[in-house]
Design a binder for this molecule. Structure first.
Ligand code: GLN
Length: 244
């Protein structure tokens, strides 16, 4: 009797503690394989597993909310989401308005064209049309390095809310090239009829973003990142999504 009461108490307390766990709303932009994408109606990818592992270690719950990449920072600032994880590059501009975790990934920008095209890196100049995702570092690179010096007409930069549309535009010939993060370009080159014709060495690092000043949550994320590294779990995750 006594024993069963103790078991009952433990079960009830565990249930109670779990139900008390904070739920954080996690914003992502699920068009960025292998970091975040939709498979069989579910959000999957390296970032999704990573934030789930972080939540497990730190004892909080999460709820994923998918939105366009350029909505993530405004959503963080407005308190609509608590965390943004979306292969987001830590930039000086963004650091002024949100806080980032320690870096967890490194990337450059790649130029992709249709697999059967004869384009080379010169696809970025002249009368060609270049597709980017709005508000990404690829978008910024094209503006700063092609449009500003007059190498590309501003009307020839086509901005899309999602990489899915940008890629579609490339495949149907509406644009001649896409500029996007190298790990994602590499994935697209494996699964779609596209090829990489140039790498723009931008030396970017990805971080997980929280609202400016939310040190409590940021510390939890950084603590979990460290634990995932030291336990070898991070390597397992990398193998899962980037292994051969
Ligand atoms: N790393 C790029 C950026 O931060 C692209 C991210 C994305 O499209 N998900 O702008």
């Amino acid at each position: 009797m006594k024993k069963s009461f103790i078991v009952f108490l433990i079960v009830t307390l565990t249930f109670f503690t779990l139900s008390l766990a904070t739920t954080y709303i996690v914003g992502t932009s699920a068009d960025f394989p292998p970091f975040e994408y939709v498979q069989n109606g579910k959000y999957v990818g390296f970032d999704i597993d990573l934030i789930n592992e972080i939540a497990k270690i730190e004892g909080f719950k999460i709820q994923i909310r998918d939105m366009s990449f350029d909505s993530l920072i405004p959503a963080l600032r407005a308190g609509v989401i608590d965390i943004a994880i979306a292969g987001m590059t830590i930039t000086d501009e963004r650091e002024k308005i949100v806080d980032f975790s320690e870096p967890y990934w490194h990337a450059d920008q790649d130029v992709i064209v249709k697999k059967d095209s004869k384009f080379t890196v010169t696809v970025l100049c002249g009368k060609h049309k270049v597709g980017v995702q709005t508000g990404t570092t690829g978008d910024l690179w094209v503006s700063d390095n092609l449009v500003k010096p007059g190498l590309l007409n501003p009307n020839n930069v086509k901005r899309y809310q999602s990489f899915i549309y940008s890629l579609q535009a490339l495949l149907n010939g509406s644009v001649d090239a896409n500029v996007l993060d190298s790990p994602v370009a590499e994935r697209f080159a494996k699964i779609k009829p596209v090829k990489i014709v140039a790498t723009l060495v931008t030396g970017e690092s990805y971080g997980i973003a929280v609202k400016k000043g939310n040190a409590e949550l940021l510390n939890k994320i950084n603590d979990a990142l460290k634990k995932l590294e030291s336990s070898g779990k991070m390597t397992l995750l990398i193998d899962k999504y980037f292994g051969k």
